[in-house]
Design a protein around this ligand. Sequence first.
Ligand code: ADP
Ligand code: MG
Length: 238
Amino acid sequence: MASVSIENVTKKFGELEVIKGISVPIADGEFVILIGPSGCGKSTLLRMIAGLEEISGGTVAIDGKMVNNVPAKERDIAMVFQSYALYPHMTVRDNMAFSLLLRKARKAEIEAAVTKAAETLGLTELLDRLPRQLSGGQRQRVAMGRAIVRDPKVFLFDEPLSNLDAKLRVQMRTEIKALHQRLRATTVYVTHDQIEAMTMADKIVVMKDGHIEQVGTPLELYDNPANLFVAQFIGSPA
Ligand code: ADP
Ligand code: MG
């Protein structure tokens, strides 16, 4: 378990400031959704939490440790993207084992972790398949499997369902939530889909042009939108 503290964070690409002083406290085990229009800075903020993007100002800390001071291999973070980026020539098993191999885990430990993750995600029967032999939903599950084998303290998702069809999206929402109930890992989940946000989040952060418009529970945002932007954004269909 881990808390994530985002304090007065800014990000500049050259002269262009794309994150303009964002502060959000995220509690242990919380499921937080970042939502906002395309280009508002969601992915950039998520990448800064992951330590994948230099922070121009302010701080991001996980359990009190500044992310940019922790070497990449020691960061207890897993990130799941919209493009699954599975290794095409590796089986499901090897895809899931790979990050543990990189960390020089022992063979028995790797096997145990992969077996457990496969059970959690319903992938046991598929361990010997290659990515091209899987459906979109199964691939997305393998991408999550790769993330959970390391037993990360923090999960980061960047629009993980946007390549799936509508029916599968609904099913995967439920699966991701169930996974969160089981693992209780602190989760930051980026989407531009209001329904995803309203149905999955403990707390929603509504962003626009690099700043926060409102933070609240789904019910708070629904009942008391801070302004017209939030009202329209939350109220309009995806
Ligand atoms: P979102 O994920 O909300 O769609 P992004 O975080 O990807 O938004 O992008 C926020 C802004 O930062 C956009 O204007 C985008 O063009 C810009 N941006 C993102 N990455 C880079 C980069 N590597 N160099 C320059 N500008 C970037
Ligand atoms: Mg993005």
